[in-house]
Design a protein around this ligand. Structure first.
Ligand SMILES: Cc1ncc(COP(=O)(O)O)c(C=O)c1O
Length: 361
């Protein structure tokens, strides 16, 4: 075990925070930030003194019902970032192997490295709309593999791991003795095409999620973990040192929102419905940018006929526009396009992209 833990730097986070003064960001992955007015809750409903180990019982029960698991399987955490760290800490030890299904949200590739585990990257089939190759997964697993980490739907490509694939992965995990961390932060944004929660596929599946993206409520800092059996016991051992109790104010607000989940999903759907045609028109007009349309989600991962890292630098410097290069996600020559926020900003951000791209010709 290393004397001091060495977590790789979170470069994507730094790219965003170091350049937060930029006027436009065409790579954000959350939905339009929600306002307090959109949540039917009064200040007097909030109790500044209360909090609950593993989260408010009513919220755990609600989440359990929404995912078809027992309330005891639900642990409410202070964000999905924390949930993912808790799961990796519980299920990996130094020298173990983890497989990160790529492209992926960078911490899901890098967290295990900080814990002394070895990470093998398994690329989704890029030529094939970022589909998971089950045979390649089977081949990548070794005796040392303890965890396979994936996002469903995928961040940044919005591709889907299907119900049949989830069943196949669960069977493989049982046979080869590993767990799966399935981060479902974006799952609901596939709307009627959404895959089932991995929590439905047995004891090897561990699911994480958050209020940050679909609901536009990053400020709540509320996430959750769904786990069973031995994984649940190990994860609780970690969260009881780490989260212990998530904020009682935040999990009360999360409860109010999730009781009306459908209203907030419709909110997200209407924003995407407005912004998607902007993206489609832009792509149809732009022969240097290519998209295998995932058909779902609020992010996409188009290919660009240009040096994308250089383009990102030009966009930032000359157009006050931030774009996250595919390099952050392990794939060069692409970028993450986010279209869950203000339409006018998306339009201007994409115009800036075109002008910057032309200037580089
Ligand atoms: C897949 C994924 N998981 C987790 C997070 C972070 O969630 P939270 O804001 O709850 O920490 C993100 C944020 O971009 C994400 O994309």
């Amino acid at each position: 075990m290393p004397a001091i833990m060495q977590f790789p730097a979170f470069d994507l986070l730094h790219w965003f925070i170091d350049n937060h003064a930029a006027r436009y960001n065409i790579s954000l992955s959350d939905m339009l930030p929600a306002t307090f007015d959109e949540v039917k809750i009064k200040l007097e409903d909030l109790n500044i003194a209360e909090n609950f180990v593993n989260g408010r019982p009513e919220l755990r029960q609600l989440l359990a019902g929404q995912h078809g698991v027992e309330p005891d399987s639900v642990i409410v955490t202070a964000s999905c970032s924390e949930a993912n760290l808790d799961v990796c800490m519980a299920l990996l030890k130094p020298g173990d192997e983890a497989i990160a299904v790529m492209p992926n949200y960078p911490p899901l590739r890098d967290l295990p490295k900080g814990l002394g585990a070895k990470v093998k990257e398994l690329m989704l089939r890029t030529e094939d709309d970022f589909v998971l190759d089950m045979k390649a997964l089977e081949k990548a697993v070794t005796k040392k593999t303890r965890l396979v980490i994936m996002t469903n739907i995928n961040n940044p490509a919005s591709s889907i791991i299907t119900k049949d694939q989830l069943a196949g992965i669960a069977e493989m995990a049982e046979r080869k003795d590993f767990h799966i961390l399935c981060d479902e932060t974006f799952r609901e944004l596939a709307f009627e095409k959404r895959p089932p929660t991995a929590a439905q596929f047995g004891d090897r599946m561990v699911v994480t999620n958050t209020m940050s993206k679909v609901y536009g409520m990053g400020g709540l800092k509320i996430g959750w973990i769904l786990a069973k059996d031995k994984a649940l016991a190990s994860i609780k051992n970690v969260t009881e040192y780490n989260t212990v109790c998530p904020s009682g104010i935040s999990d009360r607000i999360a409860l109010a929102v999730l009781k009306e989940k459908d209203r907030f999903i419709e909110r997200a759907r209407s924003i995407i419905k407005r912004n998607r045609p902007v993206v489609e028109d832009w792509l149809n007009r732009n022969d240097r940018v290519h998209w295998n349309d995932p058909g779902v989600g609020n992010v996409a991962f188009p290919k660009v006929d240009a040096d994308v890292d250089r383009l990102a630098a030009v966009l930032l410097k000359d157009y006050s526009t931030i774009m996250a290069s595919g390099s952050f996600f392990g794939v060069k020559g692409r970028f993450r396009l986010g279209f869950g926020r203000k339409t006018e900003d998306l339009v201007t951000g994409l115009e800036n992209f075109d002008t910057a791209l032309k200037s580089m010709a």
